[in-house]
Design a protein around this ligand. Structure first.
Ligand code: FE2
Length: 263
């Protein structure tokens, strides 16, 4: 099973919207073209959240026009800049949207579970008790190979501003606020878990914890500097837009990133 992971596209209400100084629509258009030109097939494109900047219907209509040009099916996780109801409704045409957009699907023998970790437009992520109970029910020892997706990192990433937040913004973390409960839920399924894929941090990270791979994709528009000991976030315009390719084979999981020159 193979998928492309894109993340944190931060589209605005118009095609000239600038996110941290860069035209996010133009950058995503370039990434869409690059994916469509790949000389191989994938099962789907995963968007790990923050499709748009302000969670409005106008933004999702614009996103839809661009992302429906991808030649592969697209699966979405809800980010903190997203609105789950409008994402389902305006982007995906779902008429009776759920308040939290959780779902599972099957791709080439692998079960993929996508969780909505939105905490209401703040940088930290969360899961409800019901979501955690569903996750525990899903993560049994026996079953098909399993992949889990959510926007927020459920593990710490060796960078203080991500783990602890920063002064003057009134929040304590960029991480999932129930990482311990999340990881405890996953533990019984460790043997069949092929990875947990997230976004949000605008950088490719790979972490192995409790024998489970946690991997993020870079942003399609701008990365954030996140060095060890760094206490304040900082845009890294010198780093290019990029996407990830994930291959889940019987014997191993391979993750790699492809960077593109800015348009
Ligand atoms: Fe985010």
């Amino acid at each position: 099973m193979r998928f492309i992971q894109i993340s944190d596209t931060h589209l605005g209400k118009t095609t000239d919207y600038a996110y941290n100084g860069f035209n996010s629509h133009q950058h995503l258009e370039m990434v869409v073209n690059a994916i469509n030109a790949l000389p191989f097939e994938v099962d789907f494109v995963l968007h790990s959240g923050d499709v748009v900047e302000y969670g409005s219907a106008e933004e999702y209509h614009l996103a839809r026009r661009l992302l429906e040009r991808l030649r592969f099916p697209v699966r979405y996780a809800v980010g903190n800049h997203d609105n789950a109801v409008l994402l389902q409704n305006a982007l995906l045409g779902i008429e009776s949207p759920a308040s939290r957009y959780d779902y599972t699907f099957e791709a080439d023998g692998v079960q993929v579970a996508v969780l909505d970790s939105n905490n209401g437009f703040v940088p930290s992520g969360t899961l409800t008790e019901t979501q955690l109970a569903n996750l525990r029910a899903l993560c049994t020892a026996e079953g098909a190979p399993l992949v889990i997706v959510l926007h927020h990192p459920p593990v710490t990433l060796d960078t203080p501003w991500i783990a602890e937040g920063w002064e003057g913004f009134g929040f304590r973390t960029m991480l999932l606020d129930c990482g311990e409960a999340f990881r405890a839920a996953l533990a019984p399924a460790q043997e069949r878990l092929r990875g947990v894929f997230f976004g949000h941090v605008h950088r490719a990270y790979q972490v192995v914890r409790d024998g489970i791979l946690y991997s993020s994709a870079p942003s399609t528009v701008i990365q954030f500097a996140s060095y060890p000991e760094q206490r304040l976030p900082k845009p890294a315009p010198e780093e290019p837009p990029a996407f990830a390719l994930v291959t889940v084979a019987a014997e191993q999981v391979t993750v790699r990133q492809y960077a593109l020159a800015r348009p």
